[in-house]
Design a protein around this ligand. Structure first.
Ligand code: DAT
Length: 180
């Protein structure tokens, strides 16, 4: 008998970026449970593995060791099928992602969410500024092919539902196209 191994199944990975509080964790976890992709929160990963390189006195938070984060993630990214969640995305290798989403929230709504989190005034203002000047969208556009970067509105629950439905459809189509 003769058997031919099927081609390796291609898997997609996506990146979710955006100012803290825009809804990355909420979307990512829901999307993971519906799509079967694995959700990875880089903030949690860094905390668990102590992937830090110093401490930022001004902001009162540890500084992410980006190289170690990339090394830590590399094996599962090579395998694929991952949703990566972090506010920034410029230090991830471009080849990791087939699509990049930047979640966006209106200032007033974001302000309330961050206030609820108990952010102190400076951190609050910095994050609102970050959103106003669309820092993370521009970072994504500069770091990836523009055609794979998409903004998603994330102000209200209906938009969360729309985003999940849209991305789920996109994933389904991608899998069909790449695994004939
Ligand atoms: P992030 O992971 O980007 O910091 P999150 O997922 O923790 O944000 O969400 C912050 C808060 O906002 C949380 O209380 C859930 C809420 N939220 C997220 N997406 C939302 C949406 N589309 N509509 C209303 N509230 C939303």
């Amino acid at each position: 008998s003769c058997s031919v191994a099927p081609p390796p199944r291609e898997t997609l990975s996506l990146c979710q970026s955006g100012t803290p509080g825009v809804g990355k964790t909420t979307l990512g976890k829901e999307l993971a449970s519906r799509s079967g992709l694995k959700y990875v929160n880089v903030g949690d990963l860094a905390r668990e593995g102590h992937l830090y390189d110093g401490y930022d006195e001004e902001y009162g938070c540890p500084i992410l060791d980006e190289d170690r984060v990339v090394d830590e993630l590399e094996p599962q990214m090579t395998e694929g099928g991952v949703i990566v969640d972090y506010h920034g995305c410029d230090f991830f290798p471009e080849r990791w992602f087939h699509i990049v989403f930047v979640l966006r929230t209106d200032n007033g709504i974001l302000y309330k969410r961050l206030e609820t989190r108990g952010y102190h005034e400076k951190k609050l203002q910095d994050n609102i500024q970050c959103e106003i000047f669309q820092v993370l969208y521009e970072e994504a556009m500069a770091s990836y092919k523009e055609e794979i970067v998409h903004q998603l509105p994330s102000n209200e629950p209906e938009q969360l539902e729309d985003n999940i439905n849209q991305i789920s459809k996109w994933i389904e189509q991608w899998v069909k196209d790449h695994n004939p």
